[in-house]
Write a protein that binds this ligand. Structure first.
Ligand SMILES: Nc1ncnc2c1ncn2[C@@H]1O[C@H](COP(=O)(O)OP(=O)(O)OP(=O)(O)O)[C@@H](O)[C@H]1O
Ligand SMILES: [Mg+2]
Length: 237
């Protein structure tokens, strides 16, 4: 029997529970994150905003499973990352997260289509299906007429749209974008933010990291970080 009534709230996609990250260099300790708690529910569009050196990239690396907390617990899509091996973590990451970086990080001398298809290759998807899905992702980003262009034959804004197509081609639960408009002119930056808003309107969860208050207004919730601590807008799991 399925009980009648409100369905339980789905677990957060991102759940940081009193997470700290300390770097030790030449005997000097830097507390880049201190006691950070944050929950992001499925379908949210959250901006993490703070000045240079406040700990944004450190936090992005932990949310993206590229780094692990020094203290505290992190659950991604309900999975406690501390209990996963490095391989297990890499699999969870590639299944769950699409990354967009400030510097696009596209493969040089490789067409837009092949760049976008690469994450599918790692997931063992066959060639025809890879081409079909990568083409559809690029068409969605308005790049249907640039499939065979290489990165150096594309504008910065187009390269970033290729990177967004690559981030969504695996249909990830979470899109994690670190300063995605940082290298773009105002108009191209607006285009990329419009794409993120459109992805959000179709149900994606997005975490956007930026130092720019105007960029952060694209999100529906702003979380402020300063000196490694969340000061405003956070919500614990
Ligand atoms: N690998 C590292 N080793 C030692 N210290 C580090 C390391 N990475 C970052 N830090 C320090 O941690 C703090 C937070 O850095 P972080 O890169 O997270 O800031 P940020 O908010 O992303 O800044 P920006 O806006 O300039 O990118 C800084 O004081 C930085 O010097
Ligand atoms: Mg940074």
């Amino acid at each position: 029997m399925i009980p009648i009534g409100a369905a339980p709230a789905p677990p957060p996609i991102v759940a940081l529970d009193r997470v700290s990250r300390t770097y030790a260099m030449d005997g000097v300790r830097v507390e880049a994150l201190r006691d950070v708690s944050l929950a992001v529910a499925p379908g949210e569009f959250v901006a993490i905003i703070g000045p240079s050196g406040s700990g944004k990239s450190t936090m992005m690396n932990i949310i993206g499973c590229l780094d692990r907390p020094s203290a505290g617990a992190y659950r991604l899509a309900g999975m406690p990352v501390a209990e996963l091996s490095d391989d297990g973590l890499a699999r969870l990451r590639s299944r769950t997260i699409g990354f967009v970086f400030q510097s696009y990080n596209l493969l040089p001398r490789t067409t837009a289509l092949e760049n976008v298809a690469t994450p599918l290759l790692y997931q063992g998807v066959g060639r025809r299906e890879r081409t079909k899905r990568a083409t559809a992702a690029l068409e969605r980003l308005g790049l249907g007429d640039r499939l065979h262009h290489e990165p150096n034959q594309l504008s910065g804004g187009q390269q970033q749209r290729v990177a967004v197509a690559r981030a969504i081609v695996t249909d990830p639960a979470l899109i994690l974008a670190d300063e995605p408009t940082g290298n773009l002119d105002t108009a191209s930056g607006r285009d990329v933010l419009a794409v993120l808003r459109e992805l959000h309107s179709t149900g994606r969860t997005i975490v956007l990291i930026t130092h720019n208050a105007e960029v952060a207004t694209a999100a529906t919730r702003q979380v402020h970080i300063r000196d490694g601590q969340l000061t405003d807008g956070w919500m614990a799991a």
